[in-house]
Structures are given as C-alpha cells and as structure tokens.
Design a protein around this ligand. Structure first.
Ligand code: COA
Length: 190
C-alpha cells in the first residue's frame, strides 16, 4: 500500500457519512496516547464538511483514511487547522503530511491574510508544520478569542492551562503569518 492508493481532497456532502467514524477515532487515539484533545461531535464535523472547511483522505476502495478541518477565530484574523486524524490502518504512509499540506493552502484561500496556527503535543505534526513554514511561538502570539480557548476545556490538561493563566500548557503553539513567513512548499493545485 502506498500514498497513491488514496485520494486527498476537500470534503463534500457525501463524506458526512464518515463523521461518526472520524469522531470515534479522534477519541480512541487521544485515549491511546493519554494526551488531551478538544472534543468534537459528529454534528460539528458535518458542519465543517458542509462549510467546505474540511480535508479528507479516502482509500480507493472507499474506506475513510484521514481528516482535518479549519476553524477561524478573532474575526477571521486567526485560522487553526485542527482535528488531524489518520485511520490507524493507514498511518506512516504520508497521509498526515498530504492532508496538512492541502489544509494549509485551503486555509489561505478561504481566509487570505489570516495568521495560521496550531496547538499540538505530537512530534509528527510539529515536523510537518515546520516543513510547511510554521514556527514555534508562545501562546501570546495566538488568538485571544475566548471561544478558541473554550475548546481546551475538554482536554485532560485544562487545569494546567488554567494554572498558567492561559500563558502556557503542554501543547506547542506553532504559527504561520503570511505577512512575514514564507511557505516552504508549493501548492500543487494552484
Ligand atoms: C500523528 C498522525 C496524524 C500521523 O499521521 P501519519 O499519516 O502516520 O503521518 P505521516 O505518514 O504523514 O508522517 C509525517 C511525518 O511524521 C513522522 N511520524 C509519523 N508518525 C509519527 C509519530 N507517532 N511520532 C513521530 N513521528 C511520526 C513520519 O515519519 C513522517 O516524517 P517524514 O515525512 O519526515 O518521514 C497519526 O498518527 C494520528 O492520527 N495520530 C492520532 C491523532 C493525532 O495525534 N493527531 C494530531 C493531533 S495535533
């Protein structure tokens, strides 16, 4: 099996059928890693698909393979690429990299000029973000939109975030500011 056995694309209405599977895999993976995660409902996943703000990977036989979506905050000045999840059957094939890359360019098309950011504890994601052109920053550089930070409430580490008065936590923050940062990869769909 190789990456060529998969299609990575902006999700469409037909993909709403995968929402339940995507949500349960997000929860299972977070449990297995023992790390925190902001909880998402299938309805939320479906809304992201309907807004054209989700990227999905499917195997050529139709099996769901991976997912990520875009959220915007602070009057659309900040955009987060969140909820990256790869079906455990299909990990280490380059799908996370392919999905993150597509989501990175989709974010810039949907929200031109917005600062892109992510919070992660995962080394794979840090490496992918770094290869796209993101850099690590302190939380002071992220959105102060309270709605964004509410997403952390369902994380097992939320008490740490609170004890640090939202200045720090276990996640590494990474930012791509199109005004100052240069993408290190090219948009193959452009
Ligand atoms: C983390 C995850 C998204 C990686 O997906 P994947 O499709 O296996 O990743 P890729 O094959 O695209 O690998 C991307 C890079 O990360 C590396 N990588 C993959 N999994 C890794 C891991 N667990 N630890 C360290 N590096 C890892 C790969 O070697 C690859 O590096 P390279 O391109 O320099 O060779 C996937 O394991 C997953 O869904 N995990 C559970 C959910 C999760 O952690 N989501 C991220 C929340 S921020």
């Amino acid at each position: 099996m190789t990456i060529d056995d998969f299609v990575v694309r902006v999700a469409t209405e037909d993909d709403t059928k995968y929402a339940l599977q995507i949500c349960s895999e997000m929860e299972e993976s977070a449990k297995a890693r023992g790390t925190g995660i902001a909880r998402r409902s299938p309805e939320y996943i479906i809304s992201k698909i309907r807004q054209g703000k989700a990227v999905i990977a499917t195997h050529k036989d139709g099996t769901w393979a991976g997912f990520s979506y875009i959220e915007s905050w602070g009057h659309d000045n900040y955009v987060a690429n969140s909820g990256l999840i790869i079906n455990p059957q299909f990990r280490k094939l380059g799908l996370a990299r392919a999905i993150k890359t597509k989501t990175f360019f989709l974010s810039q098309k949907k929200f031109p000029g917005a600062k892109l950011f992510g919070l992660t504890t995962g080394l794979a994601v840090m490496n992918i973000n770094n290869d796209l052109g993101y850099r690590p920053v302190t939380y002071s550089e992220l959105t102060d939109d309270e709605e964004f930070w509410k997403g952390c409430q369902s994380c097992v580490n939320f008490n740490i975030l609170q004890s640090k008065e939202h200045r720090n936590c276990l996640c590494t923050a990474m930012l791509f500011d199109p005004a100052v940062d240069k993408a290190k990869v090219q948009d193959t769909d452009a």
